[in-house]
Write a protein that binds this ligand. Sequence first.
Ligand SMILES: [Mg+2]
Length: 177
Amino acid sequence: MDRVVIADIDGVLNRSGAPFPPFGWYEPRRGEDGQWGLALPTDPVRKLATFLAVLDEGPVARLRTLAEGSGAGLVLCSGWRKFVPRRLIRDALAAAGWPDPPIVAYTPVLGLAGRGDGMARRRASEIRQWLEHNRPEAWVVLDDLPLSRYLENAIQVRDGRGLEEAEIQKAYSVLIP
Ligand SMILES: [Mg+2]
């Protein structure tokens, strides 16, 4: 494998930085036991509409430009990979204007819950493990978590901003020195 962009979703491809689950993803439903719980939307159009609100076109377009311009594959390290069916991750990107993203892999999942520094450390371990198994020639990480203390090629997307042009330029210079 040549080049990969390892990317987060929340806080990178949207501006909310909202923790999973995104608003609107679940809908309340009464289970067989009579208890109310949260379930996936049943209507496919509504399901897709939740994505339109979830991902922002600007950051998605910037990531697309980076991937296409550098010929890099996309590896997702986002928490979405633990909960959202992969076809729907593609649907979400398509709904934000990227119909055929070159998703080549997902980093391994080493745990489910987590906050703050513990979450950053674990995500860095997941990325490190993937890198050690796959050994791409060039790689860069785009995440709103502060991963740079654990990973040399991590670029932190600023809180509440989503992926901006400055980070794309930095990522290019890491991928194509
Ligand atoms: Mg994030």
